[in-house]
Ligand binder design. Structure first.
Ligand code: C2E
Ligand code: CA
Ligand code: CA
Ligand code: CA
Length: 278
């Protein structure tokens, strides 16, 4: 059930000259991969700490390249953003994620799908309509989807980002700020963000069971976010101690290897059948 082949093709990052031939080839191949459906989505469960129920899944893109093997999203997403491919890519991810969401619905698990979007998607004028159209096509209410935008992405062009988030928010689409704490946004900016949830970055969560400073940061962030009216998700939960700490801190939702690594759709039913929480 663990992800296999996580030994990355490190050589890719070395040749990330924007115009390198290899990079252009890779983009052509990515375009084809979208068209031919040879990308895959993995799903990582999110659990509500107060009840232990599985409330959703974060959707994570995987590209298993025929020659180069597994290419991690951190490597090809930035390229897709620079080349404009991110638009069809996000559309594909949303469509597939909602297809899975509808299947889960049918199986009696009305859970939400958390989909990552990039700053470039926020710039698309018809993005909110696209999202609503896809939800309708899959027969899912808006609450069944949550879009994750990184704190950094909202800082590229803060005025536009705020406006775009507001448009999505007003359309009833749930929003989360991802990797919270790693950017440089000010508290006054955060206060204005039209979003429902804050995801505390895993760099603060991962070792909070052993590191008092990290635990302090997480506790303070949870309290502040609650006071501002946001729900709080902790990502990168790797131990039972951390999950207990988070529950005591009244964190709302957790996600991480302690529960499960991201898994292919075919493994989800099996994982759910063995899931229990004490
Ligand atoms: P992210 O949104 O912060 O996603 C969480 C990452 O943390 C995932 O890496 C996940 O596998 C990993 N992770 C989950 N639990 C744990 C844990 O307990 N410990 C540790 N150490 N790691 C954990 P992944 O799948 O490699 O994704 C990397 C990044 O790529 C994502 O970071 C996201 O920014 C981006 N990404 C992935 N899929 C998509 C997508 O469909 N669209 C866009 N725009 N970006 C995506
Ligand atoms: Ca995310
Ligand atoms: Ca994150
Ligand atoms: Ca990240």
């Amino acid at each position: 059930q663990a992800e296999s082949g996580v030994s990355h093709v490190a050589t890719y990052t070395e040749s990330m000259n924007p115009y390198s031939e290899r990079r252009l080839t890779l983009m052509t191949e990515l375009r084809r991969a979208i068209r031919e459906d040879s990308l895959a989505l993995y799903f990582q469960p999110q659990v509500r700490l107060s009840s232990g129920e599985v409330c959703g899944f974060e959707v994570l893109l995987r590209w298993n390249h025929p020659e180069h093997g597994f290419i991690p999203p951190d490597e090809f997403i930035p390229m897709a953003e620079q080349t404009g491919l991110i638009q069809p890519l996000t559309q594909w991810v949303l469509d597939r994620a909602l297809l899975f969401g509808a299947a889960m619905d049918g199986a009696g698990y009305p859970v939400r799908m958390a989909v990552n979007i990039s700053a470039r998607n926020l710039e698309e004028p018809a993005f909110a309509e696209l999202v609503q159209e896809l939800l309708e096509r899959h027969g899912l209410p808006t609450g069944r989807l949550i879009l994750e935008v990184t704190e950094t992405a909202t800082m590229v062009n803060p005025v536009n980002a705020l406006q775009a988030l507001r448009g999505l928010y007003d359309a009833g689409i749930r929003l989360a700020i991802d990797d919270f704490g790693t950017g440089y946004s000010s508290l006054s900016y955060i206060r204005k963000l039209p979003v429902h949830e804050i995801k505390i970055d895993r760099s603060f969560v991962r070792e909070m069971d052993a590191n008092r400073e990290d635990a302090t940061i997480v506790r303070t962030t949870i309290n502040m976010c609650h006071d501002l009216g946001f729900e709080v998700v902790a990502e990168g939960v790797e131990s039972d101690d951390t999950s207990q700490l988070l529950r005591n801190m009244q964190c709302d939702i957790m996600q991480g290897y302690h529960l499960s690594r991201p898994m292919p759709e075919a493994h989800v039913a099996g994982w759910l059948s063995t899931w229990y929480y004490t």
